[in-house]
Write a protein that binds this ligand. Sequence first.
Ligand SMILES: Nc1ncnc2c1ncn2[C@@H]1O[C@H](COP(=O)(O)OP(=O)(O)O)[C@@H](O)[C@H]1O
Ligand SMILES: [Mg+2]
Length: 234
Amino acid sequence: MTLMLSSQRPFAQGGNRLCFVHPKHPDRCVKVRRPDFSLEARRRKKGFPKNLKPLSSFDDNLEEFHVMQQLEQQFGMPIFNLISRCYGFEDTDMGRGLTSELIRDHSGHISHTLKQYLWDHDHTEDSQHAVNTFCNQWIDLGVPSRDLLLHNIVAQRNHKGLIVRLVLIDGLGNQNILPMWLQPLTLRRNKARRKTENLRERIEALVNQRGADTFPGFHGQLFHEGVEDKDHEQ
Ligand SMILES: Nc1ncnc2c1ncn2[C@@H]1O[C@H](COP(=O)(O)OP(=O)(O)O)[C@@H](O)[C@H]1O
Ligand SMILES: [Mg+2]
């Protein structure tokens, strides 16, 4: 059955996709391509020689789906502590949508990105602990990924507002020529370690910008009605 999304308000958008709460499963989200930024437009923007690649190679949803399947095969359940679980594709009135676990706080509000959290609260003892836990597990498993960006990680919080889990919701996939299972664990761990080091640098850079008037860039902020998490904002 086709999910009707166009009459709903998305709760967030990234550079490429619009994110909706799944109309039938409040604990899932559906991501569709942004209608104002088609695959053709994305390919055109890349310029030569990348624009020679097939259209499907510019489809984040498709890539994410394949990578998720590989990760599930390789790591089993423990990986879903670190990344949002993917449930596959469903047809929508805005094209094919990829469904995945929607990360919500204990309050029921959709979790804020790590970027938003750091902006609102600084790098607290709580977030430092959560980042350390996330990074250690990331390195331990040797998860292949692109850069770990602050607006692609969400901070799930408990009833006290404390972070219980950091979850990567976008940016999986790797440009490696070798499939993951052919790469020795030490190599994978070294790469994962570098990604986490870069993540820590990004955190520091953002925290140093705190105090400026406006949130840097628009990515990573929620705009769904009712999800602005006022009770967490002190
Ligand atoms: N599973 C999720 N749980 C909670 N919030 C999410 C989830 N997926 C996406 N978001 C929110 O939507 C924003 C955009 O989603 P994202 O998948 O990063 O889109 P894009 O691929 O266009 O960058 C994220 O920055 C985050 O705020
Ligand atoms: Mg994103």
